[in-house]
Ligand binder design. Sequence first.
Ligand code: HEM
Length: 139
Amino acid sequence: MLAPHCAIEDCNVAGYDIEKGTTVLVTVWTIGRYPKYWDRAEEFLPERFLEKDIDMDGHNFSFLPFGSGRRRCPGYSLGLKVIRATLANMLHGFIWKLPQGMNTESISVEEHYGLTTHPKFPVPVILEPRLSSHLYSPK
Ligand code: HEM
């Protein structure tokens, strides 16, 4: 769910009349799993985005991780950069392994809902440094 919004004028959305002053809640979670727009909507398939020109900046209403319009997330660009840089550093710095006896099938992708969405169960991973040890020291 996006943060609550307020209609600033009377309008009609998809056949529904919305009066000025109405609080509007946009359920992006549901939109992101709507079978009309998403093939195998309930499955975790990050590869569905490969070689697709889906923008995240609020123009594609089937995918709104940062909201849309004048209240769209102002930290959009910084957020993406931080996530990409952090992920790249983690992948560059460590070999990622699952504990013995676990495989990718046994990882739960269930979610815990709240203001932000977290994994319902922790994902145990073993990180093995792949670089020289002095590179991990803050000094
Ligand atoms: C990947 C990281 C991030 C995601 C997924 C994200 C997502 C969102 C979403 C969905 C909204 C609500 C938009 C709406 O209601 O239409 C929002 C609002 C907001 N975000 Fe972010 N955000 C991220 C990073 C950041 C960062 C890094 C900052 C600031 C440095 C930031 C600052 C804000 C602010 C101030 C709002 C409220 C905007 C308003 O109500 O006018 N966000 N964000």
